[in-house]
Each structure stands twice: as structure tokens, then as C-alpha cells.
Design a binder for this molecule. Structure first.
Ligand code: NAP
Length: 301
């Protein structure tokens, strides 16, 4: 069934650069068809910040219910919103914007997506757990906030640039009453910290290219741990493969993508009530990923 467009169709979309590989249009449009809402989700490729400013002005006067924001604009989007939810302020990044009467309200659904997907895919509850977050960018920030809200016992942020980890920890610590938030540099000395963790999260961009190594050596991973890579590919990422090889439980970022998208949809359609059809969204995302991988194989032959 194709996308239905009427004189009253409203818009949603994804701003980023590049966005042609995004699975969100397939995932959201499948959900809108299943929900029978008069809404269409489009890619919004935005090359630079000057273009971002013009696109945001246009969105304010077009019939947008909201939009997602991906790399490299999640941090910049904070300044374009008229209001930013506390969680997104703490995370230091906005991935979902709700358009309400020309006003832009910023949210961050990434961290909740991660925690929800760990619960639904693995039955893993972060409460009281020791967690290592590798990376200190926007995705790491949203994960940290959700871990603090979920009352994780101890979170250690490991990052290539220690100053970025410290800035993130300083922002979130005042809200972390039941979670100890620590930082360390991602180097050869932190094997012990990673081995002690119940949950290890990759929130770096390492893994996006097929040739990327895992962000931590497989010798630091073991059976009994849960490893969550925010990155997803048609084939297992190097981290997921390394974790499974040592008997750890590993998930990639596809479940997180679906869960963050479902939460965004529920924010945009809150007046209609109901919940987003996560199974439909997951299936559409898997099909879009498989067909991208098929096209890439065809192009390389
Ligand atoms: P970001 O703000 O650019 O942060 C990137 C992080 O990766 C920084 O901490 C950076 O460290 C680290 N990094 C980059 N290259 C590295 C390398 N070669 N070795 C070690 N660390 C490196 O990006 P982001 O928005 O947080 O996104 C991070 C990843 O999460 C991306 O791959 C993104 O696709 C993924 N993500 C997935 C979902 C999902 O739904 N599955 C949602 C959000 C994000 P420095 O501070 O030292 O530069």
C-alpha cells in the first residue's frame, strides 16, 4: 500500500546530513499506514547550519506535527527550540521536536529508546546495575540521563577525550541522587572497569564503517554481561560479533532506533492517544536495512 496524500496531510520528517541511509522514513510511514493517520514522514537533508536555520523557519509555517533530528544537528537544535524538555537539556541534545502552534518543543527520546529496548528485547532492568558508557556525545548524554532516571547504581563514562566525558558528567551529576557517575579516559588501562560492568554501551561512532574495530577489546568482555551497540548494520557490528564470541548477550541499535521513533510518534500524536505499533515499525526498519544492504552489494559487484 502506497503513502496516502490528501489536502489535509500533515508532515513529519528527519533533519540531518546525510539522511539518505535513514531507516526512519520507512519505519514511520509504515506506522502511519497501520494507524490510519493522515501524516507523511519525509527526509530533510540539510547541508549546513545556514540551511538548518532556513529549514527551521519553513517548518514553523508548514503543517509539521514534528520532526526528528540526527547527526550533526542534535546539539545545535537546542538553540532553535522555543522550549526544551528537562531530559533533553540534561542530555545536551535534541532528537525529537514537537511543533505546537508554530512553537518548537525539543525532546530527547534516544536514551529512553535504549533503556526500553533493553527491557523489551532482553528483559534487562538497569536499576542498581554497573554500566559503562563508551562515548560522551549526544547519544551518550541521552543514555546517561535515562540510566540515572532508571536508578542505575554506577555509571562510568569512558571517552577518547576525557574533557568531554567530564563535561557530560558535570551536567548530569546534580540530578543523579542514586547513581554514582564517574569518568575515565578510554585507553589500555580501563579493562578492569569494563570487566566489572553488567552493561556496556557503545555510544561512539566506531562501528559505522564496516572496517571499524570494536570500541573496546573483546578480551574485556565476558559471559554474563550485556553489550548494547547503538550502531546497527545488516551484518553484526564488530562489537556485537566480539561480544557474542565470548558468550556475552549482545544487541545492536535497531531496537533502540525503533523505540526512540515510537516515543517520538507518541509525542506528536498524543492527542489521538494510543501507542505506536512497534512491531510494524521494527519490521519496516529491518526490511529497509536489508534492502539497503542488498543495493550496496549490487553496487559493489
Ligand atoms: P557524537 O555526538 O558525534 O559523539 C561521538 C562520540 O564518539 C564522541 O564521544 C567521540 O569521542 C567518540 N568517537 C568518535 N570517533 C571515535 C574513535 N575513533 N575512537 C573512540 N571514540 C570515538 O555522536 P552521537 O550523536 O553521540 O552518536 C554516536 C553514535 O550513536 C553514532 O554512531 C550514532 O549513529 C549512534 N546513535 C544510534 C541511535 C539509535 O537509535 N540506534 C541513536 C542515536 C545515536 P570524542 O569526544 O573524543 O570526540
Amino acid at each position: 500500500m502506497g503513502v496516502r496524500i490528501t489536502g489535509r496531510t500533515q508532515l513529519a520528517g528527519i533533519i540531518g546530513w546525510p539522511v539518505e541511509q535513514s531507516l526512519s522514513p520507512a519505519m514511520h510511514n509504515a506506522a502511519y499506514r497501520a494507524m490510519d493517520v493522515d501524516l507523511v514522514y519525509i527526509p530533510l537533508p540539510v547541508a549546513d547550519e545556514a540551511a538548518l536555520c532556513r529549514v527551521i523557519s519553513a517548518i514553523r509555517v508548514l503543517p509539521f506535527v514534528g520532526f526528528n533530528v540526527t547527526m550533526p544537528y542534535k546539539q545545535a537544535m537546542l538553540d532553535y527550540c522555543d522550549e526544551v524538555a528537562m531530559l533533553a537539556q540534561m542530555a545536551g541534545a535534541v532528537n525529537t521536536v514537537h511543533c505546537v502552534d508554530g512553537r518548537l518543543i525539543g525532546y530527547n527520546t534516544d536514551g529512553r529508546g535504549l533503556v526500553d529496548s533493553l527491557a523489551s528485547e532482553l528483559g534487562f532492568d538497569v536499576t542498581g546495575r554497573t554500566v559503562v558508557v563508551v562515548g560522551a556525545g549526544g547519544a551518550a548524554g541521552s543514555a546517561l540521563v535515562s540510566l540515572v532516571l532508571g536508578k542505575a547504581g554506577r555509571v562510568v563514562i569512558l571517552n577518547r577525550t576525557p574533557g568531554n566525558a567530564e563535561m557530560l558528567a558535570d551536567r548530569v551529576r546534580p540530578h543523579a541522587r542514586e547513581t554514582s557517575v564517574e569518568t575515565a579516559q578510554l585507553d589500555d588501562d580501563v579493562g578492569g572497569v569494563v570487566r566489572e560492568a553488567d552493561l556496556v554501551i557503545n555510544a561512539t561512532s566506531l562501528g559505522m564503517r564496516p572496517e571499524d574495530p570494536p570500541p573496546v577489546p573483546s578480551a574485556w568482555l565476558h559471559r554474563g554481561q550485556v553489550i548494547a551497540d547503538m550502531i546497527y548494520r545488516a551484518e553484526p557490528t564488530a562489537l556485537v560479533a566480539a561480544a557474542r564470541a565470548v558468550g556475552a548477550t549482545a544487541v545492536d541499535g535497531l531496537g533502540m532506533l525503533v523505540a526512540q521513533g515510537a516515543t517520538a510518534l507518541e509525542i506528536w500524536c498524543e492527542e489521538a492517544g494510543g501507542s505506536a505499533p512497534r512491531d510494524v515499525m521494527r519490521q519496516a526498519a529491518e526490511e529497509a536495512l536489508a534492502s539497503q544492504a542488498g543495493r550496496a552489494r549490487g553496487e559493489s559487484e
